[in-house]
Design a protein around this ligand. Sequence first.
Ligand SMILES: Cc1cc2nc3c(=O)[nH]c(=O)nc-3n(C[C@H](O)[C@H](O)[C@H](O)COP(=O)(O)OP(=O)(O)OC[C@H]3O[C@@H](n4cnc5c(N)ncnc54)[C@H](O)[C@@H]3O)c2cc1C
Length: 388
Amino acid sequence: MRVVIVGAGQGGLQAAMSLRQEGHEGPITLIGAEPGLPYQRPPLSKAYLKTGEAAKLTLRPEAFFDKAGIDLVSDTRIDSIDRAARQVRAGDRVWAYDHLILATGTRNLRPPIPGLSRALDLRSLADAERLRAALAGAKAPAVIGGGFIGLEFTAVARGLGYPVTLAEAAPRLMARAVSPQMSARFTEKHAELGTDIRLGQPVVEVTGEGLCLGDGTQVPADLVLLAAGVLPNTELAEAAGLTLDNGIAVDAQLRSSDPAISALGDCASFPEARRGRRVRLESVQAATDHARAIAKRLVKGDDSPYAAVPWFWSDQADWKLQIAGLAQPTDAAVTAPSGAILRFDGPNLSAVESVNDAKTHMTARKLLRDLPPDRDTLDAIGYDLTRI
Ligand SMILES: Cc1cc2nc3c(=O)[nH]c(=O)nc-3n(C[C@H](O)[C@H](O)[C@H](O)COP(=O)(O)OP(=O)(O)OC[C@H]3O[C@@H](n4cnc5c(N)ncnc54)[C@H](O)[C@@H]3O)c2cc1C
């Protein structure tokens, strides 16, 4: 079986490695649009901004690919899929597949804000190199978007001594990902660090002088980072007639609407095992666990539904936020004695948010993997996870 993987990021590389680990002996071709070796993105908004050490981001050295028999084709953007002929193309170059894995990730969402072309992105190593160089010469950086990436950048920039302003359109930080209580804690933390946070403030224009906010306020800035979310890269799949639904729609085994094509990671939406709703996750965990599950199915015929517990992290100054599970913004939130926040969907524990508390995070991941106790049971023990 010839396997072709489009997208040589975190999930694409993991798929290639897991195929070999599971015992796949046929050819594997890993094709990526970016130059160089596959690398990890999380440090781009963290350590890399401080150190500029790109070599440390590389996931595997060049020699690994030869040794593992993985044909890495970098700097090559696939522009079409011919499902009938089972081929992918980049210009006049063609690769035939028996199974195709789409791991095309996401790109920055660029809302139609006048002047936004002045704002920098932070998605790829090339973006991070540009941002780092711009930061070195900046006096007043500003950030559009109070999600993980915007806040991580902000924390680094404050740590380096820059005055930073962050504008978030929603009334609270990280609103999609955490409880209102956790948002409030982080708002306070960033305020203590000296960041000027403007909540409920959509940016309506980016000018040569800085940001214009919804309430008419002007924020002077000579560097603007856009960190207002991403869009899944689905154009290839769409042109090939695959079903889309907030990403490339895959089934519980991560197969697209064409069984010869799987999709994984940031670009794929899948049915969540617990609640059955379709979700698309942007995390290293989802990309790598998807990749492992696809490899197991292709090599070992393991058709069990994908059911890994999602988890996330974000490093902001000296705080490591960890989330086990997946809550909806409407899920209830209860603060445990440890300070962790337990989220509930009715009687069911849906997620646990913690800060600098790896023990609680690991306990929560284990609980969520097994059958978690219901809310009444947790209430009876004062929501103290150490008492289970
Ligand atoms: C700055 C930053 C910080 C992050 N921090 C964290 C964190 O702390 N924790 C966490 O869990 N996650 C974090 N993430 C998210 C995490 O990096 C992603 O969820 C993960 O990389 C997803 O893996 P993927 O394989 O789906 O996509 P990616 O790793 O994005 O790889 C997709 C690749 O596909 C390529 N591609 C797209 N279209 C084509 C095409 N047509 N032909 C060939 N190649 C193509 C792209 O160029 C890209 O290289 C962060 C992301 C960023 C940008």
